[in-house]
Ligand binder design. Sequence first.
Ligand SMILES: [Cu+2]
Length: 162
Amino acid sequence: MNSAKALLVTALLLLLQGDIAAQPAQSGDTTVISVDSTNLRFSPSSVTVTEGDTVRFFWSGQALPHNAVEENGVFDTGEPARAVDFSFTFERGMNGTYAFVCEPHESVGMVGQIVVEPAAEQEPEPEPEVPADSEDTPFLPMSWTAVTLALAFALRRLQGNG
Ligand SMILES: [Cu+2]
């Protein structure tokens, strides 16, 4: 009887761990692009990130006003400024190479690029097309809860008999 109890406790713990593991994945990293000491170069001027990551254009107290404009308008920090704090997140599906320029200083080589690599696939098969609403369907959590409750009930009965 004791080993049966231990088995049930183990099963319960595994179920709880499974619930924790099912939480959404952590959000991506942030890479900062600033302006170097020459005032005419991005620093770094070339970065490689992964889908889900954020690139943050950040500088302040610059001698010259700068901006960062992607060549196809994917992102645009706005008017050139001596202080900029602008973040852009590359979502899944946005892998590729993005060239950007500082508009006032493009002619003197103040340009850069961001290489966005595909995020690692978590499943070998592409996800089937499902309406966005159905992602929140409570079916799976409810079934796990039911299994957990059933095990807890069985455990209590075993304890009562022991
Ligand atoms: Cu500039």
